[in-house]
Design a protein around this ligand. Sequence first.
Ligand SMILES: C[S@@+](CC[C@H](N)C(=O)[O-])C[C@H]1O[C@@H](n2cnc3c(N)ncnc32)[C@H](O)[C@@H]1O
Length: 537
Amino acid sequence: MNFYKQAAQILDRLGKKEGSIKGLTLGNAEVTDKKRMYAVICETLKHNTTLSLVLQESKLLTLEKKLTRSLALLLLHDLLLQSRGIQASDAWPMKQAVMRHKARLKAEFVKARIKVGAKKDGLVEGEDELLLPRYVRVNLLMMTPQQVIDAFIADGWTFLSAPPSPLAPPAPNTFHRDEHLDFMLVFPPKSDLHLHPLYASGVLILQDKASCFPAAILAPPKNAYVIDGCAAPGNKTSQLAMGMGNGGKIIACDLDLRRLNILKRLTTKAGCTNITALNTSFLTLDTSTPDHSKVSHILLDPSCSGSGIINRLDYLVDAYAEEQEQATILETTTTGGAAERAAAEEKKKERLKSLGEFQIECVTKAMTFPNVRKISYSTCSIYAEENEHVVTTLLKNHWPQWKLSPRSKVLPTWHRRGYPADVGDIPGLVSTDEDRAKIADCLVRAVPGGPDGDLMNGFFVACFERVGKNDNPGLSPLWKGPSIGAKRTHEGMEADGATPAATTTPAKKKKNKKKKKKPSALVGDGSENEHGASDEE
Ligand SMILES: C[S@@+](CC[C@H](N)C(=O)[O-])C[C@H]1O[C@@H](n2cnc3c(N)ncnc32)[C@H](O)[C@@H]1O
């Protein structure tokens, strides 16, 4: 069969979620040139936002009725993004159908690139991927950052004592430590470390910087009982185990058995020994079992739109499947006009609403564990519906039992915080711009891509703390001020012997106790809770 036709069939099947990219390409006996097929499918998905825009603006599918959407995307990909062009005979009618509009398609491509480059839907394609550094988490269960640095220097790499300023990825063959997370090293974009012996032995973990934020913020003490509620494939679980020095217990729960098996494999490779994997819904966990009733910390990273993720294939497939569905609605209606576009927009809104409801349900469930004190909630979404809106609803429903951890405990030196305009009103508690700014300051965001973004995936984290019997939840609007410009801290660095962000020295604690506590409303004040100890002890 013609290569493009077969590729189009594979895209259609991916759109219907009938298999994985690898399964339908590399694992497909009917595909002869498996490597080429895998590459074409991945690249077309990566550039799907731009190519779909070209398709829409050029009206190619209306002008050339024989072309299907998936075939057109593949041919556009090769025409517009490959120097060798479409690899098919000039006599092939489908190639002719595209080439007839070559000039228009190229013009639309230039426009689409500008639009998409300006972060359409938060997905930054193509070139932006090249700008992202390769972030490496050093697995402190196996080696210290300094040992890894020395190993790379011995391999001929140049170690930079500070990150480039202004913010940029390191130059080729140079690397540096991350300025916010001490266990993280930053390498040039596209550094392929998969064959490095330290990667093979589980010392190097290739994990985006933003994805390390939730476990660093939750920072459970070494002997804690912890649940990672939506855990697979397990990068955050293994980071938790690292921070706890393999002490205590982590219950890693995921609904998807295939993904949970990946978690088991990856956490074993990382030398984690305190993890119990459970293939079940977090929402149905019995909170009264002996183990579950000891749980003090919960990490929740539930399914989300993935709209902050730059070019990760599973998210690209999801986005493609959704777009296929919407495009089918538009193409099967006679007018293809405003009403259908509005319907498609409505559908997207409904999806975000239902994701938001699921996310709220997850955190609400977490709050029912009898001894849970701290919950980190995160998404890799750029949408307020899954981020600030979720936080507002949870605060509305659960204050004064739960409040937000203050900025001083939530990556205080990280500059990108929540968006005040997206924090909703809470009658009697949050109504002014000042209130919203204070809530937003407790939240962490990362803007995807670069150069205007944070050179990582888009991300969001909030941390909730249970208000203890002796804590005064306060009355609006008396939050304690944010600690902007606080000293550099070492979040999540317990295993390395460093002091986590919220830890105070015993002397300071005594002093703090004497001070009359300022009442705070929805934002915690960073002081001790009812258990009489900070989490990091
Ligand atoms: C964003 S991913 C988690 C990524 C993971 N935290 C990591 O860092 O590797 C969301 C996960 O939630 C799982 N999930 C969805 N609904 C769930 C539920 N009700 N209970 C447990 N897991 C669920 C999905 O299978 C998926 O693996």
